[in-house]
Design a protein around this ligand. Structure first.
Ligand SMILES: NC(=O)c1ccc[n+]([C@@H]2O[C@H](COP(=O)([O-])OP(=O)(O)OC[C@H]3O[C@@H](n4cnc5c(N)ncnc54)[C@H](OP(=O)(O)O)[C@@H]3O)[C@@H](O)[C@H]2O)c1
Length: 321
């Protein structure tokens, strides 16, 4: 089957298109998905897990149809169902291939109103935003929040879920060309990273959701209320992630909670946001589709700042037995 592989190591990744890997067989409860589209998260080349997998196929966000079910599968999916999924980072094979293996808790029915290309861009952004809002920040209705990187894939899901589902007052931090779109999607206020004092223009937020990190995350501490929470997912993680010490900002903000997390797959969260997408209350991300033959170009595009749309690789749709 055709697949993308990333050889080398995280300091010198070598992305290539291969056609030598065998089509996998679903075992036990596994689901074999015929992949029609796979989203790219460019930072994945910096994730160590990729380099420990047996076949180095990257990609966790996919959309396609169920091709076959393992002998012990007992869930509600049937062969031929349209699905989208987020594959765990440490599975033996990633999703940027004509066929991918998924576990039941990674897969949900694809929102029927979306194309496979649109659906393949969404699982990681949906799951990250959902987990940040409901599991880590435990955001309440009407809360006041700041989202950094608000125009990014995760940021756009954070803005929409917080504003539409919880009626949150959302301030987004983004480059000026993205401000109008963010307002359309539910942000009450949008600020520019380049404003010298954006952190003085908002205060007392219940939660900061940070997807940028570095100096932006450092400055965002000024906006949070006394017992608020800072949730970050940005790569590279802050120095205090993974239990490695404490943020220096605690000296001035001793009651603020601070969390870095890595997302967990959840078919329930995909289904919940899938229903909102079908109702039209959450809008999909813009996508730029590349045929698999242009996969290297797709990866280059995915790593660029200021791109229009998330990069998605499209695989041939004819079914191969
Ligand atoms: N820990 C986890 O589980 C997890 C899960 C998902 C994603 N992530 C990480 O979260 C981050 C955001 O992911 P994403 O998919 O939303 O990325 P994305 O689509 O590339 O969005 C990032 C946004 O950040 C803004 N930004 C501000 N300063 C930037 C800078 N110096 N370089 C690049 N972007 C900058 C950009 O906004 P403007 O275009 O408005 O300037 C961009 O839209 C990434 O680092 C990703 O690896 C982590």
């Amino acid at each position: 089957m055709k697949a993308i592989q990333i050889m080398g190591d995280k300091d010198a990744p070598n992305i290539r298109l291969s056609d030598t890997l065998p089509k996998p067989d679903p075992k036990e409860r596994e689901i074999l998905i015929k992949v029609f589209a796979a989203g790219i998260t460019a930072d994945e080349v910096t994730w160590p897990e990729l380099y420990t997998t047996s076949n180095r196929v990257p990609g966790h966000d996919i959309s396609g149809i169920v091709e076959a079910l393992g002998p012990e599968y007992s869930g509600s999916l049937s062969v031929g169902d349209g699905v989208f999924a987020m594959l765990r980072a440490n599975t033996s094979q990633g999703g940027q291939a004509e066929y991918a293996i998924a576990l039941p808790d990674e897969v949900a029915l694809k929102p029927t109103s979306l194309s496979h290309g649109e659906a393949a861009a969404l699982p990681i952004p949906i799951l990250t935003a959902w987990e940040a809002i409901f599991t880590h920040a435990k955001l309440q209705k009407g809360a006041k929040v700041l989202v950094t990187g608000a125009s990014g894939a995760v940021g756009l899901m954070l803005v929409q879920i917080a504003s539409h589902l919880l009626g949150a007052e959302v301030t987004g931090l983004a480059s000026p060309q993205n401000h109008a779109r963010l307002k359309e999607l539910g942000a009450s206020q949008v600020l520019d990273y380049q404003s010298s004092n954006w952190e003085q223009m908002i205060d007392n937020v219940d939660a900061v959701f940070d997807t940028v990190g570095g100096a932006v995350l450092d400055r965002a501490w000024e906006t949070v209320k006394k017992d608020g929470v800072i949730v970050t997912v940005a790569d590279p993680p802050p120095p205090w992630a993974f239990g490695e010490g404490q943020p220096s900002q605690l000296q001035d903000h001793p009651y603020v909670k601070w969390i870095y997390f890595i997302l967990t797959p959840s078919s329930e969260s995909l289904e919940a946001v899938g229903a909102l997408l079908d109702k039209g209350s959450v809008k999909p991300l813009e996508v730029k589709i590349f045929p698999v033959e242009s996969a290297l170009e797709a990866w280059t595009y995915a790593g660029q700042r200021g791109r229009q749309g998330k990069a998605v690789i499209k695989f041939p749709r004819q079914l191969i037995s």
